[in-house]
Design a protein around this ligand. Structure first.
Ligand code: ATP
Ligand code: MG
Ligand code: MG
Ligand code: MG
Length: 478
């Protein structure tokens, strides 16, 4: 088969259709009205939550074997990957999840494991020597023993014992704070070859998790207690971009065919002297614009609350990184049609919305610049009151600026341009204190700090990482 991401997606659906699965289209990336526990869909099973919980769901009650690809966004809640994006090779905020399901015991663990093995080794032609699996190793606190049945299944499939590993917390999957959950087994791929189990256990980037097969048996209740589900379900999820990166033999998700045109254009509009050692910023912009495009098309416009607020935050991060790359205001909108082009195979509806997306993006970008201008004025004003020879901005002042809407990132950028540094240690201490006493109004008013959840990680830290990460990947773009 052709190795494009589109072909991988197609082959997956076909493989399971050949095995009597019904293809259910991806749901919107915004959860149904009847599920308020998430801001964004975070996995393929979300739209089947009722079925799994055993509640009646007329639209889906006829289903027993299902396959799909699902739009997922992980920027909040239990599954939040925002801080990993661009830093490692395989986390995005928006990604597509391939999945197959067997509801109400339509098939068992053994069949599920055999299907996934067959798909990877025979259909995708992955080298079986590079695959590892993990299974639920049991948890005394939870009162659940190890899944030895699963361990045995993998051994029968032919995996050597040193490639079948018991994991605990990672191999008990939960959709959110409440809801369906259960032990799972995961398939991991050694990107380099010749790695061993310790690379997997130590979360070395070179061994990447690709597929999660969840055995849905429990429900987590609001009081934290687990109860049994009425029946057993298989629920699997595999990251499309991770699989594509393996099939295309590149070293990260950001180098697959759906990302390269986006990244290339970002480089084109970047300041020529500036972009080369800033790979991470390019990746973050590419990822965040994909997330914006998908969320927008499903109805999440940048706003003040819920999903809209997350999208605004995502865009602002993209704008910050655009500044870092020397991209001029107004140029990022050019990337939107390219993003759509890479996704339109799977989501043809995107095409008609390009202009609206560009309009919205520009609005947000203009506003962002206004805020930056205002922030700069506040920052300069505050700094002018410091002693003349001060080289460091005190933590309390950073905190105060933050309460006026000048985020730590903004202060950092402004400080840098003046050759000043931030007293981060003191700021972190105060921020922690604030978090701990967040509900205490007296503390709030004393510090004059409002609770606002702009991302607090420092970009400078990321840029530093950026330089290390880029050398290897850069060669691909020369
Ligand atoms: P990881 O441990 O790498 O964060 P996960 O265990 O949180 O992944 P699952 O909830 O098990 O992920 O989701 C199933 C599959 O979806 C993963 O095995 C992976 O292939 C893919 N996936 C999960 N998160 C992301 C992401 N942020 N970007 C791309 N693919 C992802
Ligand atoms: Mg994760
Ligand atoms: Mg994991
Ligand atoms: Mg997992």
């Amino acid at each position: 088969f052709h190795q494009s991401t589109s072909a991988v997606r197609r082959e997956f659906i076909k493989f399971f259709e050949e095995r009597d699965h019904i293809h259910m289209p991806s749901s919107s990336v915004l959860p149904n009205d009847d599920d308020r526990s998430l801001l964004f869909v975070n996995s393929g099973m979300n739209q089947f939550k009722s079925t799994i919980l055993g509640n009646s769901d007329e639209r889906r009650s006829h289903l027993n074997k299902v396959v799909n690809y699902q739009k997922c966004i992980r920027v909040s809640g239990k599954h939040n990957d925002l801080d990993d994006v661009g830093k490692d090779a395989h986390h995005q905020t928006f990604f597509e999840m391939l999945g197959n399901w067997a509801f109400n015991g339509a098939y068992d663990k053994k069949v599920a494991c055999e299907y996934s093995w067959k798909f990877l080794v025979e259909r995708m032609q992955l080298d079986p020597n590079r695959l590892y699996v993990s299974y639920f190793g049991g948890d005394r606190m939870m009162g659940i023993g190890p899944d030895l049945e699963c361990q045995k299944i993998w051994a029968e499939i032919g995996l050597p014992a040193d490639k079948i590993l018991p994991f605990t917390s990672e191999n008990f999957w939960e959709m959110g704070k409440v809801g369906p959950c259960g032990p799972c087994t995961e398939i991991h791929y050694d990107r380099i070859g010749g790695r061993n189990a310790s690379h997997l256990v130590n979360r070395d980037d070179s061994v990447v998790e690709i597929w999660n097969l969840v055995f849905m048996m429990y429900k987590r209740n609001p009081n934290g207690v687990l109860s049994d589900l009425a029946s057993f379900h298989i629920d699997t999820g595999m990251g499309l971009e991770r699989l594509a990166s393996i099939v295309q033999n590149v070293s990260s998700n950001y180098e697959i065919d759906v990302f390269t045109p986006i990244i290339r254009h970002i480089q084109k509009i970047s300041n020529a002297d500036n972009w080369r050692n800033k790979m991470m910023s390019q990746r973050i912009i590419a990822d965040h614009l994909r997330t914006f495009v998908i969320a927008y098309s499903d109805g999440a416009q940048p706003g003040q609350t819920d999903a809209g607020r997350q999208i605004r935050m995502i865009l602002r991060r993209a704008f910050r990184h655009a500044v870092h790359l020397g991209i001029t205001k107004g140029m990022l909108q050019e990337v939107v049609p390219i993003v759509v082009d890479t996704l339109k195979d799977a989501y043809p509806g995107l095409v008609t919305q390009i202009e609206w997306m560009q309009y919205s993006l520009n609005e947000e970008e203009n506003w962002y610049w206004e805020i930056m201008k205002g922030g700069r004025a506040k920052f300069d004003d505050a700094v002018s009151k410091l002693p003349k020879d001060a080289r460091t901005i005190p933590g309390a002042l950073i905190m105060k600026l933050k309460s006026q809407g000048v985020t730590e990132d903004m202060s950092e950028a402004f400080a840098q341009s003046k050759g000043l540094t931030l007293d981060k240690e003191e700021f972190d201490r105060l921020a922690k204190l604030q978090k701990e006493t967040g509900n205490d109004p007296t503390f709030q008013s004393k510090l004059n700090v409002s609770i606002e959840e702009c991302p607090t990680h420092s970009d400078a830290e990321k840029y530093r990482l950026d330089e290390n990460l880029s050398t290897r990947v850069l060669r691909l773009f020369d």
